[in-house]
Design a protein around this ligand. Sequence first.
Ligand code: PBG
Length: 325
Amino acid sequence: MAFPVNRMRRLRNNEKLRAMVRENRLSAEQLIYPLFVAHGKGIKSEISSMPGNYRFSIDLLVDEVKEASDLGINSVILFGIPHAKDAVGSEAYNPKGIVQEAVRKIKEEAPEVIVITDVCIDEYTDHGHCGLVREGEILNDETLELLAKMALTHAEAGADMVAPSDMMDGRVGAIREKLDEFGFCNTPIMAYSAKYASAFYGPFREAADSSPKFGDRKSYQMDPANSNEALREVELDLEEGADIIMVKPALSYLDIIYRVKSEFGVPVAAYNVSGEYSMVAAAAGNDWVDRERIVMEILLSIKRAGADMILTYHAKEAARILAKS
Ligand code: PBG
């Protein structure tokens, strides 16, 4: 039945009605706060392309985690900035490496926070690639053991969840097997399954000094033109034991989030990545957009597309906005 019997505006008449019929809501519990950790003491240095985000030494990282937790954010994901890089990314799986030590300290001082660790060697290799390199080729199978070892050292340090972001084939299975072998059968894997070769990672690479020193990541990360392929990636990761599926980036890939959620119905995380953050920060910094409204609209769109969890550098500000609304 058409107008005037039906009037869509009836339920938009005031905020109480709008709240009653609201289909999607954000909650701080489903935000995951990405954090960069570096060696040293008393360090909190701002990432220039991501104003409001910092590289922390472990002591100050713990304070930041507690602050986030007080705002209702239950989980963080850690990225390490090692003191040394080499061809095989040794610091990535050093049991006393930067992330391993950070995890230990957080679990000691804020045990209620879910600590997720990024599993990938690119921040630790001198060539900046996510896999071992031989004669310019990024090796797949040879990298798997390193990733599994890295994940194990994270779990041994107390990580609650590991998140492989390397895009090597078979890494979820290799990590699952290693964790199980050492008694970590209850440590979930959040797999960066549909991770695209994206220009939106630019600011992150500045933050972690992890740009590839030659070539690009297109031989392992996905082609932005593809979406059926994302479903295959997800299917394979689920078969290998992934517990949570991630789509990354988020904003230009809302269709992928939607398809993955509709097709598989598994927990889906979306990564609102560094470049997405920087664009908002830049525009809001110039007063071209209303920062609070833009942030909430973006996060809500990711949720509406089908994501259960959102990894976002906006986590703290979003939690603050949610608390007052
Ligand atoms: C790889 C990794 C990257 C990001 C998370 N894990 C960068 C890359 O693939 O180059 C990017 C996250 C962001 O842009 O916020 N270890």
